[in-house]
Design a protein around this ligand. Structure first.
Ligand SMILES: Nc1ncnc2c1ncn2[C@@H]1O[C@H](COP(=O)(O)OP(=O)(O)OP(=O)(O)O)[C@@H](O)[C@H]1O
Length: 592
């Protein structure tokens, strides 16, 4: 039940969690506060009447009071007290329901904010995220957020109940209530360093949790390598070490947050003890009022204890909330916004004196200028680390040049409308990553308007149709987790079908065949050759045989464009090309 119609656009931060929560979820917090306050007033009244009944019985009277000029028969007072209890139960249950809704809403909204902010952030931000971080933030950190919200709602309830009790206490006996108030404030001040310590320790715990998540993510993705190299034991030690760090920091936080309400309660009881001692010394004339005051004070202290526990829990969750909040803000600040320009076509694709630097020390690409026409198939080669993948990311618009311009159809790529661009450009990576789903779902890849016939056409173009048809349920076959039921070559051709099904104008392939056998590579080469003249293809290749089908080849060395020409002209112009052909054992454009 969201009372505000629209989800919040701002993250809930640890520092000012209560403030953010109150402002973003006004309706639910106000409802919860009212329910708690009225419930606590009813409870205070119940205790007051109960003490009155007890005192009347002790002193042999048949009525209770007078309260505001009226006395109540004991039977009526007991029935009234029972009624108060029932109404309070109803209010409390409504409060529990509101609190559960609030927790669920905040968790859902923050998860949505975080995942959407990530999805809309630039590739530079996404690529720089350590493995497992996002998963950890979305699962256990947001889980902490849920804890914090239910703690906060508990704190709101305790605070308002305390307020209601103190208000009732003030109405009955102002002096002793004021004394309790001062005692509570003093105890709160004394415990403030403990809360700070909890917060610091929880910050360490959050950091350790992220490192642990990173290691776990590597454990999942490097399983095959670990088995092969027989490094399970040292990796296990690493996991154990990180796990020990997280549990050690968690333990410290738990000890401190567990101790906080206990210390609070002892100090608070001590304060009441002193108060009672003072009363005993000074004397008190109305026994019924004294009984009610002590009962109300004790109950106030227990609300105070709940408040102290909530404060401790909040301090221990705050750094996790900060991490989630800071990450959302960082993603939102790096939104991958394009412009509004809509060029007529993707081609010509031009690089004008392009430079790209990951760090301030040395650019990965510098002074790169070239033009690619519509329907051309262009290969990109160069030594390892020369800047080929960086160029692919610039061509795809995933990164923007730090100097110079990438232009499509005469327009700077930075100014081009993102959704127009995404519908016209496609990409095939070296490692074909598939989603857990059917063949159709993998080729469609969440895009609307792709019918079954288009799936077949793309599969045929990618030379994977016969493989699909031999599967038990054809296009409806579930491929297991991330396509685990397919071979590397089949996965790669399926990802080419995924790239082609949207009928792109530009297809960029980053070393699509380097991990494949000769037959799979030949199939992909056939596919690419058939695309010549229909769409513009840029193919980064390590295997020289893949370049057979290229109209022209770009040679990148040390971040610079060292040559650009037809395969034939490069045999004259590029030392790198000649030596690469020689290493591959290729003469006259064919593999020997
Ligand atoms: N995310 C990054 N942060 C910092 N430096 C990077 C990053 N990615 C690549 N580099 C650096 O940029 C340079 C070009 O890298 P790039 O991946 O484009 O080379 P490549 O030609 O594709 O190499 P390979 O053929 O080995 O895949 C290298 O020096 C590399 O270390």
């Amino acid at each position: 039940m969201r009372i505000l119609g629209i989800g919040p656009e701002r993250p809930i931060r640890g520092q000012s969690a209560l403030r953010s929560l109150v402002s973003e979820y006004k309706g639910q917090v106000a409802l919860l506060a009212s329910l708690s306050f009225i419930g606590a007033l009813l409870e205070a009244l119940f205790l007051f009447i109960l003490t009155g009944v007890a005192m009347a019985m002790v002193s042999g009277r048949s009525s209770v009071g007078p309260y505001v000029g009226h006395s109540l028969a004991i039977n009526s007072a007991l029935m009234f007290a029972a009624l108060l209890l029932l109404v309070r139960l109803g209010l409390n249950l409504a409060g529990v329901r509101t609190s559960a809704h609030l927790t669920a809403d905040v968790t859902r909204d923050q998860r949505r904010l975080l995942s959407h902010a990530y999805l809309n952030s630039t590739w530079a931000i996404q690529a720089a995220e350590p493995a497992g971080r996002l998963q950890e933030l979305l699962t256990s950190f947001v889980g902490r957020l849920s804890n914090a919200v239910s703690t906060l709602t508990g704190a709101v309830t305790a605070l308002l109940s305390l307020g209601a009790f103190l208000a009732t206490g003030l109405a009955i006996d102002a002096a002793s209530t004021a004394a309790v108030l001062v005692a509570l404030a003093l105890v709160g001040a004394v415990l403030s360093p403990v809360r700070r310590r909890i917060r610091d320790r929880a910050g360490e715990s959050a950091q350790a949790g992220l490192q642990f998540a990173n290691a776990v993510s590597e454990l999942g993705s490097l399983g095959q390598e670990m088995q092969t190299f027989g490094v399970q034991a040292p990796f296990g030690d690493r996991i154990d070490k990180l796990s020990n760090e997280t549990t050690a920091t968690q333990r410290r936080v738990q000890v401190l947050s567990g101790a906080l309400p206990l210390i609070y309660m002892t100090l608070a009881y001590g304060a009441v003890l002193v108060g009672v001692a003072v009363l005993a010394f000074v004397g008190f004339d109305d026994l019924a009022v004294l009984g009610a005051v002590i009962l109300l004070m004790l109950r106030s202290l227990s609300y105070g204890q709940q408040l102290a526990a909530a404060w401790g829990a909040l301090a221990s969750n705050a750094p996790f909330l900060d991490h989630v909040g800071d990450t959302i803000a960082r993603y939102q600040a790096a939104r991958a916004d394009g412009g509004q320009a809509i060029p007529a076509h993707v081609a010509p694709l031009e690089a004008h004196d392009v430079e790209f630097a990951y760090t301030a020390e040395r650019p990965a690409l510098t002074g790169v200028t070239f033009g690619i026409g519509a329907g051309e198939v262009v290969g990109v080669i160069g030594p390892s680390g020369a800047g080929k993948s960086t160029l692919a990311q610039l061509l795809l618009g995933l990164r923007s040049p730090t100097k110079g311009r990438m232009c499509v159809g005469g327009t700077d790529l930075r100014d081009v409308d993102r959704s127009w661009w995404s519908r016209r450009v496609s990409f095939v990576a070296q490692d074909a990553l598939l989603i857990t789903g059917t063949v159709s779902e993998n080729i469609r890849f969440f895009r609307d308007g792709i019918d079954d016939n288009a799936l077949r056409v793309a599969a045929r173009q990618a030379n994977v149709l016969s493989d699909i048809e031999s599967l038990p349920l054809g296009f409806d076959t579930h491929l297991g987790e991330r396509g685990s039921q397919l071979s590397g070559g089949q996965r790669q051709r399926l990802s080419i079908a995924r790239a082609l099904v949207g009928q792109p104008e530009l297809l960029v392939l980053d070393e699509p065949t380097s991990a494949l056998d000769g037959r799979s590579e030949a199939l992909i080469r056939t596919t690419l050759a058939q695309l010549r003249g229909q769409i513009t293809v840029v193919i980064i290749a390590h295997r020289m045989s893949t370049l057979d089908i290229c109209d022209r080849i770009l040679v990148i060395e040390g971040g610079r464009l060292s040559a650009l020409g037809t395969p034939k002209s490069l045999q004259e112009d590029s030392e790198f090309y000649r030596s690469a052909l020689a290493i591959a054992g290729i003469t006259h454009g064919g593999e020997t």
